[in-house]
Design a protein around this ligand. Structure first.
Ligand code: NAD
Length: 521
């Protein structure tokens, strides 16, 4: 592709599964992936495949008897070794031109596009995504590579500086060093690919520690980067437990940055550990942490209630509510509460739950039994605090970890399920006296990730723009489904370090600006 003009960025289109050719292609991919389940995967450091003395089996959350893959686990020693070798590799990788680095991303995006259903099929099996959700995840991963590749070229171009008469000045974005990339399981491809490729294209090397709930998807991406010829050791694959091994990655003095997406508690823990200077450490570690949410949709008395009910429903229950952007609170102005609830409950009855290999199932399982237990605890807590379960609330953990979509009405603004992230298909409905109170409630948590308002009143929409304190605010539409480039994504307060994935600022987080000024007269 060198020398070829690069087209403008365009989002990858989503697959229309109502077309029988697409449906057949996806079924074929599911079969292919099914035939590949249960293999063994190594720790991979500087290209070396390593068998350790500990393994972890990744299981299908729809059917725990199905082993997706067995993964050798790294311990602290391997974590240290990975960082040290990646540091050595960095000294070479940083000299590769931005253009060449970007080519690896473009090439990987092209192959992923060709085999997109296969990548999606892994997600159906390993984390229980429906076809549509998995397809969107893969499309986003492709978008990240296409977007960050182009962004790197923009960053590598001339940066505007004030001209001085007797000097030549230049600002260059240079890489940082070795990064530990620590993604979650819920966008097991998109987020992992986004953080990893942003770091790599900016000239850093990466030690990738995948989530223990989605290591197969991570290794498929690693294999793709091998296929495009990324030099050995630029990306290292180090699965293992968060505590212990994960801490070793954060604490190593040669670790220059940590790119993390996950829960508030782990994000804060990493932030604290990274702030402690280790012997021999030459820099202040950079932490890019994208964390949890407690996202609200306000339903105003002047809203189109059909659209609001639909927006709330799909934001709350898409991928079983396991999105950081998921609507977990509907804040409804009292005067329309009854009407809104009857529409919402009617729509909720249409949702289907089951193994997502079958595309008729809108919702699949939740990620594992531990998560299911925590969701049931929250449902119980909601009842104790006066909430009324008006829909769902039942689990089925016989073969997998299933929970019906659950709607809890009469939740008070400070109740536990109104404040804490549940990360499952549990929606709290809260009444507000009026729009003022609705806005106040929307801002009453420690998070600030996404939010939405349904109202036909332009003044109220303007007020939301000014007063609803979230990183991604949606108006008269659902609060999930951010698109790379169009909706740079990331939240405020305890939702993270205010970064914006898929936006023009993002690569800045993986670089540092060097300025040189040369006397010319
Ligand atoms: P998690 O915090 O449990 O785990 C995230 C990652 O951190 C995993 O890879 C895990 O193995 C690792 N980890 C755990 N302890 C560690 C340690 N001590 N050191 C290093 N790594 C460690 O989160 P999860 O359950 O995987 O994901 C769900 C969470 O992610 C939710 O809170 C969700 O809101 C959040 N999330 C946020 C965004 C966003 O953009 N803000 C996007 C997706 C998910």
């Amino acid at each position: 592709m060198a020398g070829k003009k690069i087209s403008a960025f365009k989002n990858e289109p989503l697959t229309d599964f109502s077309k029988s050719a697409n449906k057949k292609a996806f079924e074929k991919a599911l079969k292919k992936v099914e035939s590949e389940l249960g293999k063994e995967y190594f720790v991979i450091i500087d290209g070396d495949r390593i068998r350790t003395n500990q393994t972890l089996r990744s299981l299908n959350p729809s059917n725990r008897e199905q082993v997706i893959g067995t993964f050798y686990q790294a311990n602290e020693e391997y974590a240290n070794k990975a960082i040290e070798l990646a540091h050595e590799k960095f000294l070479k990788w940083r000299t590769v031109t931005p253009e060449k680095r970007a080519q690896y991303l473009f090439k990987a995006a092209a192959i992923m596009r060709k085999r997109k259903h296969e990548f999606s099929a892994w997600m159906v099996y390993e984390v229980g995504k429906s076809w549509v959700e998995a397809d969107a995840d893969t499309a986003e991963a492709i978008d990240f590579m296409e977007f960050y590749g182009r962004e790197m070229l923009r960053y590598a171009g001339d940066q505007p500086l004030v001209k001085l008469p007797a000097e030549k000045n230049r600002l260059l974005y240079i890489p940082l060093g070795v990064g530990a990339v620590i993604p979650p399981w819920n966008f097991p491809l998109a987020i992992l690919v986004g953080m990893t490729t942003a770091a790599i294209v900016a000239g850093n090397t990466v030690v990738l520690k995948p989530s223990s709930d989605s290591p197969s998807i991570a290794i498929k991406f690693f294999e793709l980067m091998e296929e495009v010829g990324l030099p050995k050791g630029v990306l290292n694959f180090v699965p293992g437990p968060g505590s212990g091994m994960g801490d070793a990655l954060t604490k190593h003095p040669l670790t220059r940055f940590i790119a993390f997406t996950g829960s508030k508690s782990v994000g804060l823990h990493i932030n604290k550990a990274a702030a402690e200077t280790q012997t021999g450490q030459l820099w202040i570690k950079r932490v890019v942490a994208e964390m949890g949410g407690k996202d609200s949709i306000i339903v105003d008395n002047e809203a189109d209630l059909d659209k609001a009910a639909e927006g709330v429903l799909y934001s709350a229950f898409g991928f079983q509510g396991q999105k950081c952007s998921a609507c977990s609170r509907a804040i409804v102005v009292e005067s329309v509460h009854q009407k809104f609830m009857s529409k919402l409950l009617d729509k909720a009855k249409t949702l289907t739950v089951g193994n997502p290999v079958d595309p008729k199932n809108y919702m699949g399982p939740v990620i594992n039994d531990k998560a299911l237990g925590s969701m049931m605890w929250y449902i119980d807590k909601a009842k104790q605090e006066g909430g009324e379960i008006v829909f769902g609330g039942t689990k089925d953990d016989t073969v997998g970890s299933f929970l019906t979509p659950t709607i809890v009405d009469n939740v008070k603004p400070k109740d536990t399920i109104s404040q804490e992230e549940i990360f499952g298909p549990v929606l709290a409905v809260i009444k507000a006296k009026n729009y003022d109170e609705a806005l106040e409630i929307a801002n009453n948590t420690e998070y600030g990730l996404t939010g939405a308002v349904y109202s036909k009143n332009k003044n109220k929409i303007e007020r939301a723009k000014a007063e609803f304190h979230v990183g991604n605010l949606y108006l008269n539409r659902k609060c999930t489904g951010a698109m790379v480039g169009a909706h740079p994504f990331g939240g405020f307060n305890m939702s993270g370090t205010d970064s914006k994935a898929g936006g023009r600022d993002y690569l800045m987080l993986f670089t540092q600006a060097k300025v040189w000024s040369e006397k010319v007269k």
